[in-house]
Ligand binder design. Structure first.
Ligand code: NOJ
Length: 543
């Protein structure tokens, strides 16, 4: 019998913990995280107080893009375990009151997927499930259009015919190992609805939809022309096309045949009005609020972002979905560790280079703790990326030869890649692998030599640690911060406060301390003078 958050529409206020399974915990000593490791750490997650976990892709994959290149959607990557273990994990999580959300990758398969292999061998029905097109130029030697891949270079690779001659090109918005599916093909639609049912039948509570804004392409695949800014946010024939919405209406009909399942979209679209279109009542339930993630640690900018996000979500009856970090962006403890711009940062994907100079990690952590209380104090769903509850920074100095993100090579080194936020978690001990693995294998990505004080065990022993801050916050959130109630209160410049019933949430980025009303429930700065909130800090007070 499932315990925990059994409220209907639990996802409107849930705290979801993102498990990047490759780096969460290694149960079999090969240096790669797995289901056994995750199962062994479920009590840690229960004690943290989260409502659900979202597990990054755990399907068989050649791992060219860390599992976002799926070769079988109904099985488990052998390095992570097998279906029986996945079922055990789901049952154990449910028994602890933790829901399980999976990642689904519908825009592209792996080039190892049987469909793509059949397509390469000339099977016409299989080819029609992907976007094969003849090349331009006299000999078909040029890509069919000017689209660029997100990881750099053209979004097209030329295939080889079974007889060895150069063939048509296939579209891939990411790596060549990730061929895009043709979502106008009814076989593709039917297949994914069936995959959803496969996992829903196993008790899975929802899906995070990878690249939710990419599935539908403009008819005729026209050139994009010269564009500036993020490749997948602006008006572009490959992104945020109206055709995606009919796909999600179909998915919603599938989910609605089960009790209380949820979708969360990863959709990097132009603005919150575009995002809200994915959240109409017959489409998806939630979508990550990336404007909030891209906001600098500057109160007025954060405040404007919150207002905009809340208004757009409310217009379609959806909850806002807050997130500070994930496996694609520089960890916020490092983003906040340098001087902050006074505007949102739009190039977050490539942003490891968004600021020069050494980070002030103490300042970054101080702000990250404040941002956590802000995020967890807002109405709506909140996502916590594994390791942020330990205050982990980005591993910016990871040696180049250890890095594995395909974006580095594909962009010709323009992108530094996302490995720095994907480092195996430090659990205990004073040196690598910090309890991540049984034994001391080489972990799949290296861990920094100076992470002993970040381990969960070290923080367990320190009452003022970030781990304890998150635990207390989640406990108090469950007690005091439920429901939709929200109103701004008057605040000095460079700070803001909002009330949620009896509780007020305050953030100060002004550079000066401000006075705090009421009785302190929880503060991000344990050394604050009573009745005041220093700069770069947040607090929850009862008024
Ligand atoms: C978004 C995922 O979060 C990212 O990690 C991946 O590389 C791309 N989609 C492609 O699937």
């Amino acid at each position: 019998m499932q315990q925990g958050n059994t409220a209907p529409e639990w996802w409107r206020s849930a705290v979801v913990y993102q498990v990047y399974i490759r780096s969460f915990a290694d149960g079999n000593g090969d240096g790669i995280g797995d289901i056994a490791g995750l199962r062994s750490r479920l009590p840690y997650l229960r004690d943290l107080g989260i409502d659900a976990i979202w597990i990054n892709p755990w399907y068989p994959s050649p791992q060219i893009d860390a599992g976002y290149d799926v070769s079988d959607y109904r099985a488990i990557e052998p390095a992570y375990g097998d279906i029986a273990e996945a079922e055990q994990l789901i049952a154990e999580a449910h028994a602890m009151g933790i829901k399980v959300v999976l990642d689904i990758v519908p825009n592209h398969t792996s080039w190892d997927h049987p469909w793509f292999q059949a397509a390469l061998s000339g099977d016409e029905a299989a080819r029609a499930r992907y976007l094969f097109r003849p090349g331009k130029g006299e000999y078909g030697e040029l890509p069919p259009n000017d689209w660029e891949a997100i990881f750099g270079g053209p979004a097209w690779t030329r295939s080889t015919n079974p007889d060895g001659t150069p063939g048509d090109w296939y579209c891939h918005l990411f790596a060549p190992a990730q061929p895009d599916l043709d979502w106008t093909n009814p076989e593709v639609i039917a297949e994914f609805e069936d995959i959803l049912r496969f996992w829903f039948d196993k008790g899975v509570d929802g899906f995070r939809i990878d690249v939710a804004h990419g599935l539908a392409k403009q008819e005729g695949l026209p050139d994009a022309g010269l564009r500036s800014g993020r490749k997948d946010r602006v008006d572009h024939p490959a992104w945020d096309q109206d055709g995606v919405h009919e796909i999600y209406r179909g998915w919603r009909r599938v989910a609605d045949q089960y009790d209380d399942r949820v979708f969360v979209a990863e959709a990097w679209v132009e603005d919150n009005d575009r995002l809200a279109r994915y959240l109409r009542p017959d489409e998806l339930h939630t979508a990550f609020q990336f404007d909030f993630l891209q906001a600098p640690f500057v109160a007025p900018v954060m405040k404007a972002t919150i207002d905009d996000a809340r208004a757009a979500a409310a217009a379609v009856g959806a909850p806002a979905t807050w997130v500070l970090s994930n496996h694609d962006v520089v960890r916020h403890a490092t983003r906040y560790a340098r001087s902050q711009p006074d505007h949102a940062v739009s190039s977050i994907w490539e942003q490891a280079r968004w600021h020069e100079g050494a980070p002030d990690l103490a300042l970054g952590l101080r702000r990250a703790r404040a941002a956590a209380l802000l995020t967890l104090g807002l109405p709506g769903t909140a996502y916590v990326y594994q390791g942020e509850e330990l205050g982990l920074p980005e591993y910016e100095d990871m040696p180049a030869e250890a890095r594995q993100d395909p974006a580095i090579k594909q962009s010709g080194g323009v992108q530094i890649g996302r490995d720095g936020c994907r480092v195996p978690l430090p659990w205990s001990g004073t040196e690598a692998p910090y309890g991540f693995s049984e034994g001391s294998p080489q972990t799949w990505l290296p861990q920094p030599a100076d992470w002993a004080h970040y381990t969960a065990a070290a923080q367990e022993a320190d009452d003022e640690s970030t781990l304890h801050l998150y635990r207390r916050a989640l406990e108090l959130r469950a007690k005091w911060l439920q429901g939709e109630g929200f109103a701004w209160v008057e605040a000095p410049a460079g700070a803001f406060g909002f009330s949620r019933g009896e509780v007020q949430v305050w953030l100060n980025t002004s550079g000066e301390p401000i006075d705090l009303p009421g009785e302190l429930l929880l503060g991000s700065d344990a050394d604050a003078e009573p009745g005041t909130l220093p700069s770069d800090a947040a607090a929850w007070v009862r008024v």
